[in-house]
Design a protein around this ligand. Structure first.
Ligand code: PLP
Length: 377
């Protein structure tokens, strides 16, 4: 089996599964309980928070545990809207649905949302951002790496623009950018940042919201006051400890051969370019782990199922849109014609994929291309 769908989710590492089992078995207390079982669970949870903070080079106090990227994005966006007075928010046309749909909700609540367009490379213009900011703007929310094509947004340049507007919250959906976050750190001007453990071989339904100390947002979940009142609900100690471990292991794997994923994607791009009817849709300077392409005339889902028969797993451009069967919004924002966007498929690598796996993919794809070419003639 070859798993090239790491942007949808990554398989949990054995060590990470073992950590969850161990914590579930041996740390039975509620981390809010006063007795020693509670204290032990609390200490373990806080150690995980500290470990994550150290890996991200931020303060322990700025790390909040959530149920994943979707919750972190909702908490950052709605939490800002409920905290601040202004009624204008800026985002892009290519965000993940957990941002876009939250923005639609804000519109229903009377907010105005500017959706910045992107160019043919899937990148927003800084000039368009500058033009969109006005006195009522409370939030700019821009993803770091796009999940459909892997385009990388100019987070540092946006941060520089926002230096002049200290009252505006800057949120970054970094769910597909864990690689960059670990390499570059979180830019200082970023106030809120979302991460999700299942994108780096950690547990599902477990995530991080980074909130810069001193920045205020309103909680979405009210109750027992956990997570400093920002996110009530008894914490999943096992998953959070495993999420910290997964981040440390990911960092170690990345450091062993920092160009490994880059090499795989360069090779795949070069391979795909040898086929006349194949169009690589990911921009040249996209993130390394995502290569989106289309074989014209062959719908994305047909390609996904043809590869699945050979036990090779990829996806149409996002796991969420693949079931809804609607036009891929990033590709249409990039002005990719519908005939091609409906044929788009996404290969997404992890540091655990091997050159041998890619070589096998190449063999299978070459055979499929020959088969499809006969049908298309
Ligand atoms: C860019 C981006 N943001 C947010 C999410 C949602 O994360 P989660 O699945 O942890 O809710 C995803 C998931 O694919 C994503 O790719």
């Amino acid at each position: 089996m070859i798993y090239f769908d790491n942007s949808a989710t990554t398989p949990m590492l054995k060590e990470v599964i073992q950590t969850i089992q161990k914590v579930q078995e041996h740390y039975i207390g509620n981390p809010s309980s006063l007795h020693d079982l509670g204290v032990q669970a609390r200490q373990l949870l806080e150690k995980a928070r500290e470990q994550i903070a150290n890996l991200l080079h931020v303060t322990t106090e700025s790390i909040y545990f959530t149920s994943g990227g979707t919750e972190s994005n909702n908490a950052a966006i709605l939490g800002t809207a409920f905290e601040k007075r202004g009624k204008h928010v800026i985002t892009t046309q290519i965000e993940h649905p957990s941002v876009t749909k939250t923005m639609h909700f804000l519109e229903k609540m009377g907010y105005t949302v500017t959706y910045l367009p992107v160019n043919a490379q899937g990148i927003v213009s800084i000039e368009a951002l500058k033009a969109a900011i006005h006195s009522d703007t409370i939030l700019v929310s821009v993803m770091w790496v796009n999940n459909e094509v892997g385009s990388i947004q100019p987070i540092q340049a946006i941060a520089e623009v926002l230096q002049e507007y200290p009252h505006i919250h800057f949120h970054v959906d970094a769910v597909q950018a864990v690689d960059d976050v670990l390499k570059q750190g979180i830019p200082k001007r970023v106030d809120l940042l979302s991460l999700s453990a299942h994108k780096y071989h950690g547990p599902r339904a477990t995530g991080i919201l980074y909130k810069k100390e001193g920045r205020r947002i309103q909680p979405l979940l009210h109750g027992g006051g956990q997570e400093k009142g920002l996110r009530s609900g008894t914490e999943h100690v096992g998953n959070n400890v495993a999420m910290a471990k997964a981040l440390r292991l990911y960092r170690e794997k990345q450091q062993q051969d920092v160009t490994h994923v880059d090499k795989l994607s360069q090779r795949l791009r070069a391979f795909l370019k040898t086929f006349e009817s194949v169009h690589v849709l990911s921009p040249d300077n996209a993130t390394h782990h995502i290569v989106t392409f289309a074989l014209s005339g062959v719908r994305g889902e047909v390609m996904v199922h043809a590869l699945e028969k050979e036990k090779i797993y990829i996806s149409t451009t996002s796991a969420c849109s693949s079931k809804i069967n609607k036009a891929h919004h990033t590709l249409s924002a990039m002005n990719i014609p519908t005939e091609l966007s409906t044929c788009a498929v996404r290969v997404s690598f992890s540091y655990y994929n091997t050159l041998e796996e890619l070589q096998h993919f190449e063999k299978v794809f070459t055979a499929l291309y020959a088969q499809f070419s006969k049908i298309m003639k």
